[in-house]
Write a protein of this length. Structure first.
Length: 216
């Protein structure tokens, strides 16, 4: 086996990671002290990105939502934040929340601020949160997709290695196995679909979180 650390290992260690456009980020675990960082990141999201993230128009983060997003135990609820190397500002976050009824499964969320989408950051964050999930005994990510037209439904049917767990009121719950290393092809496709089409898979300030949002 190679002794060279993987990209996700470097990211977890806090080393700067180069994205495909040459920009650099550092990734660290989220903490309760990240309230202002999250608020500033939210302000950089377009109305469309906010809708995809929260499944509703939202002008600001409520106290309830901020509390939910920062109360992280690093076992059942984990968040990994990407920081721009030069400014230290947050430009993306990935999180999972374990399903209490299915302990080996967790709902996943990835959000990237608009001006950092399309650089590969979303995929990097998926890689890192997948590595953390494996360390905590999680083998599967789930997400609820809000479908708004038949084009989206057809795209979802093309996702490899995705199981449809449930359908209810215009949403589809998907399940994707976490591979031993890296990011599953299905998760990459899901991220691209969420960014390019009218699909929302976002977490909410409820006991369970649902989402992949933003472009990798």
């Amino acid at each position: 086996m190679s002794s060279t650390p993987s990209t996700s290992e470097l990211a977890v260690r806090g080393a700067p990671v180069a994205l495909r456009d040459g920009s650099h980020v550092r990734i660290r675990q989220g903490h309760s002290s990240d309230r202002q960082l999250l608020i500033r990141g939210f302000e950089r999201l377009s109305p469309e990105s906010r809708y995809r993230r929260f499944l509703a128009p939202m002008s600001e983060l409520s106290e309830q939502t901020l509390r939910y997003l920062t109360e992280i135990d690093h076992h059942d609820h984990e968040a990994m934040i990407a920081l721009e190397e030069d400014s230290g500002e947050g430009v993306g976050v990935a999180r999972y929340v374990r399903d209490p009824e299915r302990p080996d499964s967790a709902e996943v969320a990835v959000t990237v601020v608009d001006d950092w989408q399309g650089r590969g950051l979303g995929t990097l964050l998926l890689d890192v949160i997948g590595a953390r999930a494996r360390q905590e005994g999680i083998a599967m990510f789930t997400a609820v997709v809000l479908t708004t037209n038949h084009t989206v439904i057809d795209l979802l049917r093309q996702l490899d290695y995705v199981r449809v767990l449930d359908r209810d009121g215009g949403t589809v719950e998907l399940a994707v196995s976490i591979p031993p290393i890296g990011v599953a092809p299905a998760l990459r496709k899901l991220l691209r679909i969420a960014a390019q089409h009218d699909v929302a898979i976002p977490p909410t300030a409820r006991p369970r979180t649902r989402s992949v949002s933003g472009s990798g």
